[in-house]
Design a protein around this ligand. Structure first.
Ligand code: C2E
Ligand code: CA
Ligand code: CA
Length: 638
């Protein structure tokens, strides 16, 4: 019997010392910034006090029968044990909910009130027990007796444990293996301790097991070395992914403020690569002065994200303003000063950004540098998100065959004879409906999927030309839009030739439309490609003539069959005398260059009359037809 007392005494003391050592360690490491850290320290304190109480009880219990003081001291110790031990399970629960990111935000407030009320009731019962004896009492023989209150406290503890496990499982995917293991380790150590103590009621091993479990949590969960960015000491990208991921799972409302430093190339070129590191260090030091360090992340080179939670001090626009102001002033790097440009994106989560992927896309790729605005929020954000959605839609559309080529008929200048058509691509999206090329072509170019889209269009055009009806109707040409980027790619000519030859289509039935918005240096490249393809039999047209800087010399030098005058030139001619002069002279000049003329955007009979009088060759526009699906176009061929 005495040996068991000694063992319990030793275990309780050991639990206390382990916790005290952990508390020392944490305070030396200065890891008390977040609520999570503070809750953990509270857990340690609780187990330490429990350990101390049990040590004292164990120390005095052999003397209870002989000394009244021994009874008094051990009863005081027991009282403290109950008061603190009652708090252990709720504290663990609150700790877990922080680790999982399920921190109490408006949506969860009601539920948290219940958690607090249960905690308050059980804790009050423990505190007032000397008066009520609801939890336990000491009988006339100085024996310890349990009462119904203790049962209630145990039930509450089981409830908190179950809730902790619930949070753990619901955030499972957003927790790192380390975090999961750390928390499960604590839970299983505690449960093992409780079971051993239930079976061998004299072996008070529970606290010791909990102390060891907490040490594990400290080393695994509270140790954040792998969450820290070594250069700035802020949280790194991995921590951001983990934290935001769990906030999103738990529908925590917050604002994410993303700060991007925009002028690094200039700095690195002028002042060496080290300067950029120094710049980021300076900026992160500044950020720490305007926001809590533990809510700042460095998610990439020159990109920081500050998380601002809804609640008492959540003035995110004020914060953005403050940062913006700072960037108007120079930054000191060793012995010189630099001005940095910055852009800020503010996103409301989950109202505007619903998933981690969306957030990462926005903060990593958003093209903010071209914008005049240095703070992007609200509706402007929608555009960025739309780009992201379009990007996904393109990839999905290619995989699922959701691109469809529409055809807009082209008429001869009599306005009656169908001559050909322009292929205009569309993308059907399940959610956004039909997407138009003006929106998705630039996106497809930027993500390198334009080739696949172009191939789809070319193949569809070849198939259309192969339709019998087209031959019977002696259709002159189907035109295809080519983005200038395509010309710059090696192997472009071979690819086009290969595809068309395989389909067996007569190449002169295909005309490629190019725009004049190329820089002078790329004219040559483009000309080479055009000449090569023209030798093979393809035709070429200049699209949107009159919208760019119409470079006459270059235009004359280019080996084109047709010039498509932009609709704005036609519409202007109807409105003003100058506009009319411009249209007339352009037409005369193009004819002198011996090229055919097509005018787009023909919407009225009056326009047709005007264009006929000016001797335009081809007409295209809504007057005849909007772009229509292939089947409808074929119907026009009678
Ligand atoms: P674009 O080559 O100038 O095509 C003509 C655009 O004007 C088409 O818009 C057409 O629907 C529209 N349009 C035609 N007639 C009229 C009219 O009478 N009134 C008015 N208000 N509009 C008219 P869409 O189909 O949205 O195409 C937009 C642009 O997307 C095209 O401009 C072209 O540059 C590009 N695009 C279309 N398909 C492709 C493609 O397959 N590949 C590439 N790279 N670009 C394409
Ligand atoms: Ca076109
Ligand atoms: Ca055009």
């Amino acid at each position: 019997m005495e040996e068991l007392y000694n063992l319990s005494f030793a275990l309780a003391a050991a639990a206390m010392f382990i916790c005290l050592a952990n508390i020392c360690f944490i305070s030396v490491q200065d890891r008390m910034g977040k609520t999570q850290n503070r809750l953990f320290v509270l857990l340690l304190i609780t187990v330490a006090v429990n350990g101390a109480s049990n040590t004292i009880s164990a120390f005095f219990s052999p003397y209870r029968q002989v000394s009244e003081n021994a009874v008094l001291y051990s009863e005081i110790a027991r009282y403290f044990y109950f008061v603190f031990h009652t708090a252990l399970a709720p504290l663990f629960f609150f700790y877990v909910s922080h680790v999982c990111g399920a921190v109490f935000r408006s949506s969860q407030k009601k539920r948290y009130i219940i958690y607090f009320v249960v905690f308050a009731i059980t804790e009050t019962m423990a505190i007032i027990n000397p008066l009520t004896k609801w939890v336990y009492y000491i009988d006339a023989d100085l024996q310890f007796r349990r009462n119904w209150g203790e049962m209630l406290i145990y039930l509450a503890a089981a409830f908190y444990l179950a809730m902790s496990l619930r949070y753990l499982t619901s955030s499972w995917s957003s927790l790192t293996v380390k975090r999961r293991t750390g928390i499960l380790m604590f839970a299983s150590f505690s449960i093992a301790g409780i079971i051993i103590q239930l079976i061998f009621s004299k072996v008070k091993v529970e606290l010791f097991a909990e102390a060891i479990g907490l040490t594990g949590v400290m080393m695994i969960v509270e140790n954040e070395d792998d969450r820290l960015d070594s250069e700035t000491g802020l949280y790194n990208r991995k921590a951001f992914i983990m934290d935001l991921g769990s906030y999103i799972i738990h529908q925590v409302h917050l604002h994410a403020l993303c700060l991007r430093i925009n002028t690094p190339e200039i700095i690195t070129r002028k002042r060496g690569a080290d300067s950029m590191e120094l710049v980021e260090k300076k900026v992160s030091e500044f950020l720490e002065t305007v926001h809590e360090k533990y809510n700042i992340y460095r998610i990439g080179r020159r990109t920081f994200v500050l998380l601002v939670f809804e609640g008492k001090n959540s003035n995110v626009s004020g914060l953005a303003e403050k940062i913006n102001e700072r960037f108007k002033k120079p930054w000191q790097l060793v012995d010189n000063f630099v001005l940095l440009s910055s852009s800020i994106i503010i996103a409301d989560i989950p109202e505007q950004v619903k998933s981690l992927n969306e957030a990462l896309y926005m903060f990593d790729y958003a093209k903010t540098s071209g914008e005049n605005k240095s703070i992007i929020a609200g509706d402007d954000l929608e555009l960025i998100l739309r780009d992201s959605a379009v990007e996904k839609s393109i990839a999905h559309g290619l995989a699922e065959g959701l691109f469809e080529v529409y055809y807009q008929p082209i008429y001869l200048n009599d306005g009656k004879t169908l001559y050909g058509a322009e292929a205009l691509v569309r993308l059907h999206d399940d959610k956004m409906g039909m997407l138009f090329p003006d929106e998705f072509i630039p996106v497809a170019e930027s993500i390198g999927l334009i080739d696949a889209v172009d191939d789809h269009v070319l193949l569809d055009v070849c198939r259309t030309i192969n339709e019998e009806k087209l031959y019977d109707n002696k259709i002159g040409v189907i035109s295809i839009n080519l983005s200038v980027l395509q010309f710059m790619k090696p192997g472009f000519v071979e690819r086009i030739n290969g595809m068309v030859e395989e389909s067996g289509v007569d190449k002169k039935l295909i005309s490629f439309e190019v725009t004049e918005s190329v820089s002078a240096s790329s004219y040559e490249l483009m000309n080479d490609a055009i000449n090569e393809l023209k030798q093979d039999g393809f035709r070429f047209a200049m699209d949107d003539y009159g919208t760019g800087y119409s470079n006459m010399k270059a235009l004359a030098a280019m080996n084109l069959d047709c010039i498509k005058i932009d609709k704005s030139i036609l519409w202007e001619a109807e409105k003003s005398e100058i506009g009319k002069i411009l249209l007339e002279n352009n037409i005369r000049m193009i004819h002198q260059l011996k090229k055919k003329i097509l005018v787009e955007g023909v919407e009225t009979k009056a326009q047709i009359d005007l264009l006929q009088s000016l001797g335009v060759d081809y007409l295209q526009g809504f007057y005849f037809s909007k772009p229509v699906p292939k089947a409808e176009f074929l119907k026009m061929l009678v």
